[in-house]
Design a protein around this ligand. Structure first.
Ligand code: ATP
Length: 372
C-alpha cells in the first residue's frame, strides 16, 4: 500500500477515451481502499504533439516518464497524419527499448458473459499467460533490400532459387541474443512459480524451420528450465500450439514465445476473451519501469464516438496494480469487471450492447462500491 506516481499517456484515437475510464476506476479504488493513493502525471505525447512540434515527445521525454513508477498508455498512431514508423518508433518502441521492457505479458482469463467462441470448455476453466519477448527477434528492424549487382544479392541467389529471376529481394533478419532469450525465459519460469496454476511453462518455437535463431532459443530455454526443477516444461511448435490453443486452451499455464510468434498467438488469446476490447496487456521491465498498454490499437474507425470498450484498458490497470504490489486492489478491480460483464446489462457495441465507454466505466466504479 502506498502512493504511486503514474505517467499517463492517453495517446491517439480511442486511447484517451479508454484511459480516462481506467483512471476513473483507479480513483474509485483509491477512495475505497485504505492507503492506496495515486499521483497521475499526464503527458500529451501523441500525433497532435508531433504535428505541433515535429517530434512525438520532447528531448527529455523518456527522462520525464522515468521519474514515475509506471506508465499507463492508451494507444498511439494516426496513420493519415503521421506515418506509423514515426509515431510508434518514437513513442511505444522508444519507451519499450529505453526501459528494457522485454516481457510483453498477455494474460488470458476469459470472463463469463463475454463472447466466448468455444463449445469444448467453459471460459472460467481457462487461465494462462503468454509472455512474448518484446525487444528483439524478427522485429529488431535488421535487414535490407538488395538488387542484382549487390554482393548480398549474389550470396542470396546461391541459397534461394527465385532470387535470380527477381529485380529486388528483401531480407528481414531475426536477432536472438543470449541475454534476451535468457531473461524472458527466466521471467516465464518465475511467473509460473508465483502463479497458482499448473506450474507449467510451454516453449513456443519452430526449431525445424528456423535452424539458427530457434535452435539457439531452445538451447537457452533448456538451460533456464534446469534451474526450475519444480516447474514442468514442454516444447511446442508455434503452428501446433496455435491449433491446441483453440482445441484445448485449459491445459496451459505460462507460454513463452519469441516476438513474432507471441504477437500472433496473443490474438488467439484476445479472441478467447471476447475480442480486442476485452484483452489486457503489459510491457514489463522486471525491477524497472513497466508500461501498461491495452493490446488493441487506436481503433480509428470508432474513435471519438464514445463507443470504445474500456474494459481492456481497465483490466490493463489491474495488471499495473499487481506489478505495483497492490494485489488486493487488483483482485477487487478484476471482480468488479467480472461482475459487470456477467450481468450483461451495461456493454459496448463490440459485446452486443449499446452502452457508451463512460457508462461501462461508471458500471465498474459502481461494482467497486464507489460513487459515480
Ligand atoms: P491501429 O492502427 O492503432 O492498430 P487498428 O484499427 O488497425 O488501429 P485496432 O485498434 O486494434 O487496430 O482495432 C482493430 C479492430 O478492433 C477495429 O475494428 C476496432 O474498432 C476494434 N477495436 C479495437 N479496440 C476496441 C475497443 N476497445 N472497443 C471496441 N472495438 C475495438
Amino acid at each position: 500500500m502506498g502512493r504511486h506516481c503514474i505517467a499517463v499517456i492517453g495517446g491517439d484515437g480511442i486511447g484517451p477515451e479508454v484511459v480516462a475510464e481506467g483512471l476513473k476506476c483507479l480513483r474509485a479504488l483509491s477512495a475505497v481502499e485504505e492507503e492506496l493513493e495515486f499521483e497521475f502525471r499526464e503527458f500529451p505525447f501523441n500525433c497532435q504533439y508531433y504535428l505541433e512540434h515535429g517530434r512525438m515527445m520532447p528531448p527529455d521525454g523518456l527522462e520525464q516518464l522515468g521519474a514515475c513508477e509506471a506508465i499507463y498508455l492508451g494507444g498511439i498512431g494516426s496513420p493519415g497524419e503521421v506515418p506509423d514508423e514515426i509515431s510508434l518508433r518514437e513513442t511505444v518502441l522508444a519507451i519499450r527499448f529505453h526501459f528494457q521492457q522485454y516481457a510483453n505479458v498477455r494474460p488470458c482469463r476469459p470472463l463469463a458473459g463475454a463472447a466466448f467462441p468455444l463449445t469444448t470448455c467453459r471460459p472460467e476453466e481457462i487461465d494462462f499467460v503468454v509472455v512474448r519477448e518484446a525487444t528483439e527477434g524478427l522485429y529488431a528492424g535488421i535487414g535490407g533490400r538488395y538488387h542484382p549487382g549487390d554482393a548480398k544479392f549474389d550470396e542470396l541467389a546461391a541459397r534461394v532459387p527465385a532470387v535470380r529471376s527477381s529485380r529486388e529481394v528483401a531480407v528481414q533478419a531475426g536477432v536472438y541474443t543470449e541475454t534476451g532469450i535468457r531473461r524472458v525465459c527466466r521471467y516465464a519460469f518465475e511467473l509460473a512459480r508465483r502463479r497458482q496454476g499448473r506450474k507449467l511453462v510451454t516453449n513456443c518455437t519452430k526449431t525445424n524451420a528456423m535452424n539458427y535463431g530457434m535452435v539457439f532459443w531452445d538451447e537457452i530455454f533448456t538451460e533456464v528450465a534446469a534451474d526450475y526443477p519444480d516447474i514442468e516444461h514442454e516444447r511446442r511448435y508455434v503452428d501446433a500450439l496455435a491449433m491446441q490453443m483453440v482445441l484445448d486452451p485449459t491445459r496451459y499455464d505460462v507460454i513463452v514465445a519469441p516476438n513474432l510468434f507471441g504477437d500472433i498467438i496473443t490474438d488467439i488469446t484476445a479472441a478467447l476473451q471476447g475480442g480486442l476490447g476485452m484483452a489486457p496487456g503489459a510491457n514489463i521491465a522486471p525491477g524497472g519501469i513497466s508500461m501498461f498498454e491495452p493490446p488493441h490499437g487506436t481503433a480509428p474507425d470508432i474513435a471519438g464516438r464514445g463507443t470504445a470498450n474500456p474494459l481492456a484498458a481497465i483490466l490493463t490497470a489491474e495488471l499495473m496494480l499487481r506489478e505495483l504490489g497492490e494485489a488486493h486492489a487488483a483482485e477487487r478491480l478484476h471482480d468488479a469487471v467480472a461482475k459487470v460483464v456477467e450481468a450483461r446489462q451495461v456493454r459496448t457495441p463490440d459485446l452486443g450492447g449499446s452502452a457508451s465507454c463512460g457508462e461501462v466505466g461508471d458500471a465498474v466504479v459502481a461494482a467497486l462500491g464507489g460513487l459515480v
